[in-house]
Design a binder for this molecule. Structure first.
Ligand code: CA
Length: 287
């Protein structure tokens, strides 16, 4: 847009120099002819190149494992989030759902609040002194007081609930589709939606989310792939290969990768999955 503006500005300046209809006549016929030729040729020149730049190709990243830690293999992990050094996990499955604070060092459960059997827990995030936890199909997000660890309220929403994170201003929510919905953290009202694209193609099954420094990380359901998303445009800016975390023996009893938490103190990510016996402290680095 800037280049177009500059080009338009140049044409405007060029036009004023070469004489518009109100320009005074000149007695220098050579100059007049030159100016006339210039002014008549100008419109035939090719237009400036388009400045609508396609999204840059996403960067390929891989994980570097710094540490492997224990994780409750009975936890059907649907959401994972650090806050001030504390680690919170949302568990899914009807009859097994709830919210827990777990020890980031060994995965042991420090606090636990179950959900009713009719609810299937999903993504969780922290807003102020509260935790907000989605449910899969019930259209209800529960609000917990972090001190008491009890439910203090709820929000209703339409559609499915999958992943949730808070960027400091807006909630970002996934529903299993290729779009992210931004919501008001006070009212849970949907205020924006952005389709997520990788090289121009939709990225479906966006699941657990993590908001980090203006970017949104999402693991793709049923894959070992994590994408880094620019939430302003929906463009995937990096594709992270998180395969190979579990060895064959551990993978046999485990479900899919699902759980991204960013630890501000260390700058590392903590990854785990549904029924995984381990969680992994990792950093992302170029492939
Ligand atoms: Ca998360």
């Amino acid at each position: 847009m800037l280049a177009v503006t500059i080009a338009a500005l140049s044409l405007t300046l060029l036009g004023s120099c070469s004489g518009g209809p109100d320009s005074p006549k000149t007695s220098n016929t050579v100059t007049s002819q030159a100016e006339s030729t210039q002014s008549t040729q100008q419109p035939t020149q090719p237009p400036p190149p388009s400045t609508v730049e396609p999204a840059a190709s996403p960067v390929a990243l891989q994980i570097s494992v710094l540490e492997e830690r224990d994780h409750d293999p009975k936890a059907f992990t649907q959401g994972l989030e650090f806050d001030d050094g504390r680690l919170y996990e949302s568990r899914g499955r009807n009859g097994e759902s709830g919210i827990s604070e777990i020890d980031p060092r060994d995965g042991s459960v420090l606090r636990w609040t179950p959900l009713g059997d009719e609810y299937f827990g999903e993504g969780v995030t922290v807003v102020g002194d509260s935790l907000i936890q989605l449910t899969w199909l019930a259209g209800k997000a529960f609000v917990y007081d972090m001190e008491s660890f009890e439910v203090t309220g709820s929000f209703d929403y339409e559609g499915q609930g999958w992943g949730l994170c808070f960027d400091g201003v807006r909630l970002v929510m996934s529903d299993g589709s290729s779009s992210l919905t931004m919501r008001d953290p006070e009212t849970f009202t949907a205020i924006d939606s952005v389709p997520v694209r990788l090289d121009g193609s939709s990225v479906a099954s966006l699941n657990e989310l993590e908001c980090v420094n203006g970017k949104v990380y999402a693991n793709i359901w049923q894959t070992d792939t994590i994408v880094e998303i620019n939430p302003a445009t929906g463009d995937v800016t990096a594709v992270i290969d998180a395969s190979g975390l579990l060895d064959d023996a551990n993978r046999a009893g485990a479900d899919v990768l699902n759980g991204i938490a960013y630890d501000e103190a260390s700058g590392a990510f903590l990854l785990t999955g549904k029924l995984w016996p381990s969680m992994f402290v990792v950093v992302f680095e170029p492939s």
